[in-house]
Design a protein around this ligand. Sequence first.
Ligand SMILES: NC(=O)c1ccc[n+]([C@@H]2O[C@H](COP(=O)([O-])OP(=O)(O)OC[C@H]3O[C@@H](n4cnc5c(N)ncnc54)[C@H](OP(=O)(O)O)[C@@H]3O)[C@@H](O)[C@H]2O)c1
Length: 324
Amino acid sequence: MAHAIRFHETGGPEVLKWEEVPVGEPGPGQIRVRNSAVGLNYIDTYHRSGLYKVPLPSGIGLEGAGTVTAVGPDVAGIKVGDRVGYGSGPLGAYSTERLTAADRCIVLPDGLSDETAAAIMLKGMTARYLLRRTYRVGAGETILVHAAAGGVGLIMCQWAKHLGATVIGTVGSDEKAALAKAHGCDHPIVYTRENFTARVKEITGGKGVPVVYDSVGKDTFMGSLDCLQPLGTMVTFGNASGPVTGLDTGVLAAKGSLFLTRPTLMTYTAKRSDLEETAKDLFDVVLRGAVRIEIAQRYALKDAAQAHRDLESRKTTGSTLLMP
Ligand SMILES: NC(=O)c1ccc[n+]([C@@H]2O[C@H](COP(=O)([O-])OP(=O)(O)OC[C@H]3O[C@@H](n4cnc5c(N)ncnc54)[C@H](OP(=O)(O)O)[C@@H]3O)[C@@H](O)[C@H]2O)c1
């Protein structure tokens, strides 16, 4: 019998339960995957807490990798025994074995381990669409990335550096500053004690940056707008400190005709061709060594609640795996 982490009510980490689950045979368009590693993501905490609504009871988790154990009707390009990775749903990655949508899975190339895939399918594809599509970062530009020592953050710093950008990054401690610096962040700012807006102005000689990637949300949003050049792009893509609400759009005019976007990976990979192109680009930078993946924490899958506690109390860095 397979096992999975499920929740029947929203709330704190304690609502996550380790349960025996029947998996069954894949239906049309589905495959069955035996997971070898599962990725932990901040969005999992939003599903669990109810910030992002899902029908209950529910499985949880969007990112993982493993081996295909059965293939349903109407599936092309994937066979039993293939290694696959996935990072854009449907929910249910926190499981030993599961059914999932074949068209959301990517067959993994040789040389990319299941563990690395489980650490990057969601976080790395996010870094890719943010840096290459939401705002196309160019060589010689200076950009600001919040939570630079986190899962998405460490990948973004290295990738932006690889593109020739200068990276300013915010972090919660001196240890995280050192880690970010070792992963391409030229100017780490410890925003728990320094005013990051003033520091960004100082580092850029008063000019500000053309783009801010802000996944912290409520606590940094207004300060981030003040880091932008006129016509700059504010990318608010997460809520680690709480969601941004009640924006008066006149503020965007007053601060220099700013652009504001609230993107999600789901939109940017909704088309199969976009999913494939995003994954291909990601695998390429990882396999060439331009982006190194730090799996800084591993937990037994059944201890997912503890992993959530650590993620939400800012104890983790880089990518975290849950091991089935
Ligand atoms: N829109 C999308 O497509 C998309 C896709 C993937 C991820 N995301 C978002 O990107 C962010 C990063 O995701 P991740 O999984 O890689 O997580 P993570 O960055 O590893 O963890 C979140 C980090 O946010 C920082 N943070 C600042 N204020 C916080 C607070 N009040 N409580 C908790 N953490 C706080 C902490 O770093 P410091 O201690 O250094 O401040 C913490 O380590 C999340 O907001 C997530 O929702 C969005």
